[in-house]
Design a protein around this ligand. Structure first.
Ligand SMILES: NC(=O)c1ccc[n+]([C@@H]2O[C@H](COP(=O)([O-])OP(=O)(O)OC[C@H]3O[C@@H](n4cnc5c(N)ncnc54)[C@H](OP(=O)(O)O)[C@@H]3O)[C@@H](O)[C@H]2O)c1
Length: 263
């Protein structure tokens, strides 16, 4: 599979690293365009891929052109790339940029829009994606292979779910990091050494989510199992409910969704 990346930043690098290390593509099948000399040198050295500073030359042979620049650079990039061939697919990972906008900028119809998240850096990402009707089945399967390199992938037939996913899996790692930070600070507040609190908090979140997934049970069932009448967990949960944690999280997800719809 021949891939060209427009933008060789953090997310593109995660994809390239995992695709090459996982043997999905060979380094010679990957071209990366980036305006930064430092990035080009690093990507070439680390992964043995060809890098360019000009988009026009290197999209020609690509089956999939992965758009991985910041959303504010899209207009400039679109003017540099020029027209894509009908069978080529533009795969955008730009947060909040809709299919019709991408199609307008690039004058192209075969487009995939994906929303990855940062755990992709360690192959534990969650990517939600959709495609226009003009993307062939062959390219859909190729895109699935590319996105699966980042962790889990989920194709959705309606773009509105990509926007919704932005508010859950896209922004979600930040919610989890905040929760972990709060756990650590809470433990430090009762006298636990910080390093110990960090280790316990991270493993607790990791272990709980893994247990949740493997058990197949509803989270409320697992929560009830560790909540003895009049016990320590019940006392803690009472405080969390008093502080409206559930409503707060629901409002946070709604705020992120509202933002993504006006981007
Ligand atoms: N990071 C994430 O976890 C994450 C998650 C979901 C979605 N996304 C989306 O992924 C996209 C990329 O994010 P990122 O964190 O990888 O960004 P990034 O690290 O800033 O990478 C973008 C790269 O593109 C280069 N660039 C700028 N203009 C260019 C041009 N005209 N032609 C070629 N290269 C150009 C930049 O170079 P300069 O530095 O010289 O400008 C930079 O190296 C964003 O749109 C973001 O919304 C990211």
């Amino acid at each position: 599979m021949k891939l060209t990346f427009i933008g060789g930043g953090t997310m593109a690098e995660a994809l390239v690293r995992r695709l090459i290390k996982g043997g999905v593509v060979e380094p010679h099948q990957v071209k990366i365009v980036d305006t930064s000399d430092v990035r080009r040198e690093l990507l070439q050295r680390e992964y043995g891929v060809e890098t360019f500073c000009d988009s026009t030359i290197c999209v020609e042979g690509a089956e999939i052109v992965v758009l991985a620049v910041k959303p504010q650079d899209i207009e400039k990039v679109a003017s540099q790339v020029g027209p894509l061939r009908e069978e080529q697919v533009l795969l955008s990972i730009l947060a909040g940029v809709k299919l019709d906008k991408l199609s307008g900028y690039f004058g192209h119809k075969a487009i995939i829009r994906a929303m990855p998240n940062t755990p992709a850096q360690v192959g534990q990402g969650m990517t939600v994606w959709t495609a226009t009707a003009e993307v062939s089945q062959k390219r859909i399967e190729q895109a699935r292979t590319v996105l699966a390199a980042l962790g889990e992938e989920l194709y959705v037939p309606d773009e509105k779910y990509v926007d919704m996913a932005t508010a859950l899996s896209g922004s979600g790692p930040a919610y989890v990091f905040l929760f972990v930070e709060a756990l650590i600070d809470g433990a430090v507040n009762i006298g636990m050494p910080r390093a110990m609190a960090e280790r316990l908090a991270v493993q607790t979140v990791l272990g709980s989510t893994e247990y949740l997934r493997e058990s197949g049970k509803h989270p409320a069932e697992l929560r009830n199992m560790v909540t003895s009448p009049g016990g320590t967990t019940a006392a803690a949960l009472h405080e969390l409910e008093k502080g409206s944690l559930r409503t707060l999280i629901a409002e946070a997800v709604s705020a992120a969704y509202a933002k993504t719809r006006i981007l």
